[in-house]
Write a protein that binds this ligand. Sequence first.
Ligand SMILES: [Zn+2]
Length: 213
Amino acid sequence: MSRSTTRTFTCPCGEVFTSQLYEYVNVAQHPQLRYTVLVGLLNVSTCPACGRRAASACPFIYSDPTHNLLAYVHPRCDVPEEARNLVLEKLRSVYTDAITLQEQQEENGERVARIPPSQAKELPPLQVVFGLDQLSELINAALDPEERLGRIALSTHSRNEAERGQFVDIARKLASEMECGIEVEDLPDEYIVWLYGSRRQIGALMRELAPRG
Ligand SMILES: [Zn+2]
């Protein structure tokens, strides 16, 4: 299962809002999260009042069992060498501790939930990744062309708040029907709503939107 926590943020503009931060992403269960990663928006909080964004610096695990991908992701790519080594050191000790604990429990005759050997063989090796770009590269390399990121922009030049609100509501409904994600670009003279998902989903969406007859 994917695991996330809801955090409260206070924007420099004064707005207080909540946002979900993922610690564990399993795209077998939540395929949409793969595309949230690919557009660079995973664990990025957007202020609903002013649109200011803040990226979380908390690491997370990305798991895609179908594509044999398991990664520990540190969201910043500009981590200095020393800090990288610390992260790797810590990861190593977490694993060693887990193994030692399991061995101790076995010695004590405690029954521990173990991964059956048949499943253990299928566990992909854990890769350590710094930055969402590096993660995107790994993901793209594993995906078929049809599964890669596709996007379509819907835009209006209306400056009317109510009209923009209606526009985004329609886009949101469309996105949820097609299981796509949305991203809003709120510019003074243009209001753009990006729908994103796999190329297959976006292709289907475009066929839905295309005029018939
Ligand atoms: Zn704000």
